[in-house]
Design a protein around this ligand. Structure first.
Ligand SMILES: Nc1ncnc2c1ncn2[C@@H]1O[C@H](COP(=O)(O)OP(=O)(O)OP(=O)(O)O)[C@@H](O)[C@H]1O
Length: 823
């Protein structure tokens, strides 16, 4: 009892204290911690603010209603002479009684029937005739809408006019028509003047069929004329150059001098459209057709930015990088840097550098330190490596003023997006961002906000509904059985060489390994051909790229590493063998020809089961290429040449082919069909039987139990290596990844691990075969464990484990033995 009382007492004291506190705190401006209902101070405050807002809203609503009622009353009083004096004098709304009275008066007037509302009751006359036209409030619903005098209804003509088909319709029609005309003119004396007069419907005269036909014909001709004019205008507009000269657009005289010594006088259209926006410092997303001068379009404002920043920041300790250009491939980075160097010819002390894969890391560092570099052109992979290795680049990027994404849609694609996001996170927020590409799909427009400010400008020099490809490129497609593709490529090339003495051709293949196979075949056929894909060492790639830029009468067989941005002048023909990964890739591959307003040709060679892709590019002007007759002699020659090609290349091509089509949604979902087609491909390239897949690879590709797939048995070895930065710190393309099967796993965020798997034999006597590792299966977990072990063991080791040297491969064997103990 005492305990309870004490408890209660304590509670009361507590409550009093709380109340006091609450009051005290309120006075102090702090307020109690909790308020009635257990809500906190801020919730309580917000609640009361909401109540106040609601109340205010209600008051405003009431006021509005009052105001409207007053206006109505005013109008009524102005219209009704009886009430004019009463209502107008007071300006107050009528009382309900007065209102009903006023209405009744109006309806009792002669000609007021047209004001009747159907909801007001039946319009049939009251059966009890009455002469009393006075208002009878008690029976207001019962009074007649139409007064009758004798048996004739007063004003019935007007009533009949508005209510056609009522029970009055039986009365004299001619009379009613005449009268209705009258009513139209006069209107009701109680109506709202001219606004209340209903107008007669305009009768549309019937058009004879002949007139209609002539009219349609005329319309058609007119449309045709407009279309012709538009096409003419489009062709004349298609010239990439504008009328604006470089010396008129406010850029540095030294740049203008460099431009004119490079032969550039007028801006191209995309340069004209984007330059002023970029010079204003605004963010922009710019779309322009391939080969129209986008590189100069972003390099000009980049140089201006450097000049401005350099003049204001003279005392920086670390030389800042003011402009960062990101692009997807190494060759494109070198090309952009080369153009920048041309434009910087007369700007002493301003330099441009590249950071791309395939170059020794230390070499990069030395170059960055020794040479001036205010503009950095980089591929995302290599730049990220530098950022993560804390090589000092992050510090230099703190002064960044402008970020450019060339081939922006590709960089924001799944293959690159993560790297780009990480890079953007390391850059200052206060910067200008420019995105350039020839294709900007809708999804890219949406995600471009990752880089651009919300209020960025969108510059589209292609225009809505216009063809996205250069008009002077003749596009065609050829659908033929897969087995005949090598023969057809050879045939098309031969024909083209005959017709075009200064030929320069790019043959695009679906993957690097298929590229290698095509190259070897054409070489065997004695054609002047070079190959370009990511399996080739960087030095080779650079040499071939330079050679092809300068040459004529040369064929470049390439994977998609050359599809974007590469400016090889005067390419006369592009052949695309197999469907590209998407519509955008088709446009970019095609864009290697017909640059700078020149003419070109593009042939898309597909198999009948790839024809669905034509739907994706149906808005582009493709024509069907006539199926050529292949000379049986040439056919035989090709078969013989194919027989001479190394089986390793063919097997690699088979695996890559299968991987590529299996990854394409439209084809890959039918696993049995993909395997069947792949096996037909294997047969067409002269393989005795389809090469076997590693079990794990087959599982990952979802092909393990598919008939026709051969699984590679024997010793499955997992050899995992920590690759040194020198060897593999590269920016692999997605395509390279699937082709080489490299799996990049980041374990501690700063080191990159690569896992590979192969048969022991492959390592001891041949180049290592790489396999794709994906998913989180046991094998991968073991791989990670092992890599962690290697990382600890070989920290600081900079010698590549895998080289062409057998001694290094022996090291792998040793590592494998350790692995066996470990895993
Ligand atoms: N103002 C100019 N006057 C004349 N030629 C120009 C001008 N600007 C650029 N060019 C030339 O136009 C060609 C194409 O330029 P660039 O490679 O920048 O095209 P692009 O629009 O970036 O193409 P892609 O979409 O394929 O990357 C180059 O040879 C370049 O020298």
């Amino acid at each position: 009892m005492w305990g309870w009382m004490l408890g209660e007492g304590r509670r009361v004291v507590c409550e009093v204290a709380c109340t006091r506190n609450w009051v005290a705190l309120r006075h102090m401006g702090g307020g109690p911690r909790t308020f009635p209902g257990g809500v906190n101070k801020w919730k309580w405050k917000r609640m009361h603010e909401k109540f106040a807002r609601d109340k205010q809203k209600r008051l405003i609503e009431q006021e509005k209603q009052l105001y409207e009622a007053r206006i109505r009353s005013h109008i009524r009083s102005a219209l009704s002479p009886d009430h004019r004096s009463a209502a107008a004098a007071t300006h107050r709304p009528l009382s309900p009684n007065d209102h009903v009275k006023a209405l009744a008066d109006r309806f009792l007037k002669d000609g007021a029937q047209d004001l009747w509302n159907t909801r007001d009751g039946p319009l049939t006359p009251n059966p009890t005739p009455t002469q009393n036209l006075h208002f009878r409030p008690k029976h207001s619903r019962g009074y007649r809408s139409v007064p009758e005098v004798g048996n004739k209804r007063v004003g019935a003509h007007k009533y009949r006019f508005w209510r056609k088909g009522s029970d009055d319709s039986s009365s004299d029609e001619s009379e009613s028509e005449n009268e209705s005309e009258l009513s139209l003119k006069t209107g009701s004396s109680a109506s709202l003047g001219e606004y209340d007069v209903k107008r007669e419907k305009r009768v549309v005269p019937k058009i004879s069929e002949e007139v209609e036909f002539i009219r349609q014909e005329l319309n058609k001709r007119k449309l045709k004329q407009i279309e012709e004019q538009e096409t003419k205008e489009q062709h004349s507009n298609e010239s990439i150059l504008s009328n604006t000269r470089f010396d008129e657009c406010g850029i540095s005289p030294n740049t203008v001098k460099a431009l004119s010594s490079a032969g550039y006088v007028h801006l191209t259209r995309v340069q004209e459209a984007s330059l002023s926006i970029c010079l204003e410092g605004l963010d922009a997303l710019v779309k322009a057709k391939t080969g129209t001068g986008k590189s100069v379009a972003f390099l000009l404002p980049a140089i201006e930015t450097v000049l401005k920043a350099a003049s204001s920041n003279k005392s920086e300790r670390v030389a800042p990088i003011y402009v960062l250009v990101l692009c997807p491939t190494r060759e494109l980075a070198s090309q952009i840097a080369a153009v920048a160097k041309v434009l910087l010819k007369y700007h002493d002390g301003i330099g441009v550098q590249t950071l791309v894969g395939g170059v020794r890391f230390k070499v990069d560092l030395k170059r960055l330190e020794s040479d001036p570099c205010q503009i950095l052109v980089a591929t995302p992979g290599r730049l990220l490596d530098h950022i993560e290795s804390k090589s000092g680049i992050s510090l230099r990027l703190m002064g960044l003023q402008m970020l450019v994404l060339d081939e922006a849609d590709h960089l924001l694609d799944l293959g690159f997006r993560k790297d780009v996001e990480k890079i953007v996170d390391c850059l200052p927020r206060q910067r200008q961002s420019l995105l350039f590409s020839a294709t900007i799909p809708k999804e890219v427009r949406r995600i471009s906000q990752l880089v651009l400010k919300r209020e960025h400008k969108y510059v589209d020099t292609v225009g809505m509904g216009c063809v996205e490809t250069p008009v002077k490129v003749k596009q065609s497609y050829l659908s033929a059985p897969q087995e005949s593709h090598f023969q057809l490529v050879h045939h098309i090339l031969r024909e083209h060489i005959l017709q075009t003495p200064d030929y320069k051709v790019i043959v695009f293949c679906i993957t690097g390994m298929v590229t290698s196979l095509m190259y070897n075949l054409l070489r065997e056929m004695k054609m002047n051909v070079r190959e370009m894909h990511s399996r080739k060492p960087q030095l080779y790639r650079t040499r071939i790229s330079d050679e092809f830029r300068e040459s004529k009468q040369l064929i470049l067989v390439s994977s998609d590493v050359s599809s974007r941005g590469m400016n090889y002048p005067d390419v006369t023909l592009v052949i695309q063998v197999g469907i590209p990964s998407d519509r955008e890739q088709y446009i970019h591959r095609l864009g290697r020809t017909g640059r700078e307003d020149k003419e070109g040709k593009c042939v898309l060679l597909i198999a009948p089961w790839e024809e669905y892709f034509l739907d994706e590019i149906k808005d582009l002007p493709l024509q069907e290429f006539p199926l050529p007759d292949i000379d049986p002699q040439a056919k035989l020659k090709i078969e013989n040449s194919m027989a001479k090609i190394d089986n390793d290349i063919k097997e690699g091509a088979y695996h890559a082919w299968l991987g590529y089509y299996n990854s394409i949604r439209e084809i890959g979902r039918e696993k049995t069909t993909v395997v069947e087609l792949a096996n037909r491909f294997s047969e067409s390239i002269g393989l005795q039987r389809p090469p076997a897949l590693f079990r794990k690879t087959a599982i990952k590709m979802g092909l393990k139990d598919i008939p026709g797939i051969r699984i590679r048995f024997g010793a499955q070895l997992w050899i995992c290596c920590w690759m040194t930065f020198e060897l593999f710190r590269t920016d692999f393309q997605l395509e390279d990844l699937s082709y080489m099967g490299l799996c990049v796993l980041t374990i501690d965020g700063s080191s990159i691990f690569k896992a590979l798997t192969s048969d022991l034999n492959d390592y001891t006597d041949a180049e290592p075969t790489f396999k794709l590792l994906q998913g989180r299966n046991l094998a991968q977990k073991r791989t990670i464990q092992f890599m962690e072990f290697l990382y600890v063991m070989f920290q600081g080791v900079r010698t590549p484990f895998i080289t062409d040297q057998p001694s290094s491969n022996l090291l792998l064997v040793k590592l494998y033995k350790i692995l066996q103990v470990l895993v």
